[in-house]
Design a protein around this ligand. Sequence first.
Ligand code: SAM
Length: 202
Amino acid sequence: MPEGNGADAPGRLRRGLLFALNFFKHPRMVGTFAVSSPALVQRLLAPVDWQHCRTVVELGPGVGTITRALLAAMPANARLIAIETNTDFVRELRKTLPDPRLHVVAGSAADLAEHLQALAVASVDVVVSGIPFSTMPPPAREATLDAVARTVGDRGQFLVYQYSAMIREPLQRRFHQVHSEREWRNLVPVHLFRVSQPVAIP
Ligand SMILES: C[S@@+](CC[C@H](N)C(=O)[O-])C[C@H]1O[C@@H](n2cnc3c(N)ncnc32)[C@H](O)[C@@H]1O
């Protein structure tokens, strides 16, 4: 499911450099200096039957490491909405991923409801997020999690990968089911959360 080892090595190197450079320019926004490892991507996405997904949202796609794996796994009639604040990454995604199923939105995950409304999206199967919740201003973090909880219906899922476990408690306040595990095969080991069954958010 993750990008193959031999495939497009120069492209992956260029994207890795663009990502690292942007971490040094905007450390709190980007959160880490290296893109997600193939092991992380594989383990994060493994629990979902992507062939049955019609609408998926990715928050913080970066240079598209997980986006590529999602597009490879999703069916031809699905759509993937990727919301990214960093304009260098938005340009890169639009240039290197001309897949008609992909809608790259330049904006913040905190405005998820408005972005989905603009695209006439009524329901979402899965939200995947790598945005660095622990370094976000608390009001933006709360607004984003509320927006995701309202978006993910009773049968939807929220997949989160984070370098800090601080997000566990805010997730438990909003979802009845919060499963977590660790993936060590990444430059910085990560916490993976698989979350579902949102509580009613006013
Ligand atoms: C840890 S990186 C993950 C990048 C990529 N998905 C990967 O797995 O390698 C976090 C990404 O979230 C983006 N980001 C941070 N805050 C955001 C926000 N409020 N809305 C959307 N994207 C955001 C950053 O620009 C960065 O691309």
